[in-house]
Design a protein around this ligand. Sequence first.
Ligand SMILES: NC(=O)c1ccc[n+]([C@@H]2O[C@H](COP(=O)([O-])OP(=O)(O)OC[C@H]3O[C@@H](n4cnc5c(N)ncnc54)[C@H](O)[C@@H]3O)[C@@H](O)[C@H]2O)c1
Length: 259
Amino acid sequence: MNSPHTHRRVALVTGAAGELGRAICTRLCRDGLDLVAVDLNLDAAQGLLRTLHLEPGQRALAIQADLGDESSIIAMVAQAGAAFGRIDVVVNNAAVNHRGSIYDFDVAQWDHMLAVNLRGPALLCQKVAPYWQAQASGRVINIVSRCWVAGGPPAYVACKAGLVGLTRSMARELAPHNVTVNAIAPGLLPSAFTLDGRDAESFQRMADSSIGDTPLKRLTTPEDIANTTSFLASSDAAFITAEVIHVCGGSQLAPFGTR
Ligand SMILES: NC(=O)c1ccc[n+]([C@@H]2O[C@H](COP(=O)([O-])OP(=O)(O)OC[C@H]3O[C@@H](n4cnc5c(N)ncnc54)[C@H](O)[C@@H]3O)[C@@H](O)[C@H]2O)c1
């Protein structure tokens, strides 16, 4: 919570208009942070802002950016910096998914996924790092997936396992400026991301299989992820860094798609 006598902390959330992004933004605003809601889809990000209940003096701004494009990231960070003068929390949540197995993946799709899902978070942190240096504090929360342990679609898993590696590397490199870097690994939940190209019946089969693999016997909810993001952004998590928190009911114990 922000005290009225100190500055208000600023959270920058990518993929803000998506299923998880909306819940994360809503929760961080409820915690009293100012918000930079970043998405490729500006209309949807602006729509999210209209649903937020802000306190007097609390601000939220939507910015369009493509995480796969360095110049777009530079422009977005400059716009956020000009509006708020500081950036405290970065939530790397945006991701794209193109399906393809090791037998048939498409090179352009592979490169697009790596650019948005892995290089994007690294570049965003690079561009925000001068703020953290000046502030002598910062938080990075990377949204990965429980499949980074178990395997699954190769490009997607390579991105998420890579993002865990990046989490650990950045935790070391950014620590001198009092920046913590952690990852959250969700289990399956319905979103544009997971429903894309699937009919209801095929999603249900995937959901049943996922619940079967989950000791706590349900799907992940956006609020599960928002709650953990709120904790990692809070002072209670000040001494946690380089960690991956699985928020998937224990399904990290099961191999991917065992049923
Ligand atoms: N849904 C799941 O089952 C699940 C499970 C594990 C992990 N995750 C991860 O959670 C995160 C959010 O997923 P979601 O389910 O909310 O997906 P979603 O499709 O609902 O949201 C993704 C958002 O990212 C935005 N986006 C896409 N490409 C972008 C780009 N190039 N630049 C900026 N923004 C871009 C989209 O416009 C969208 O608003 C992703 O990192 C995903 O890998 C999801």
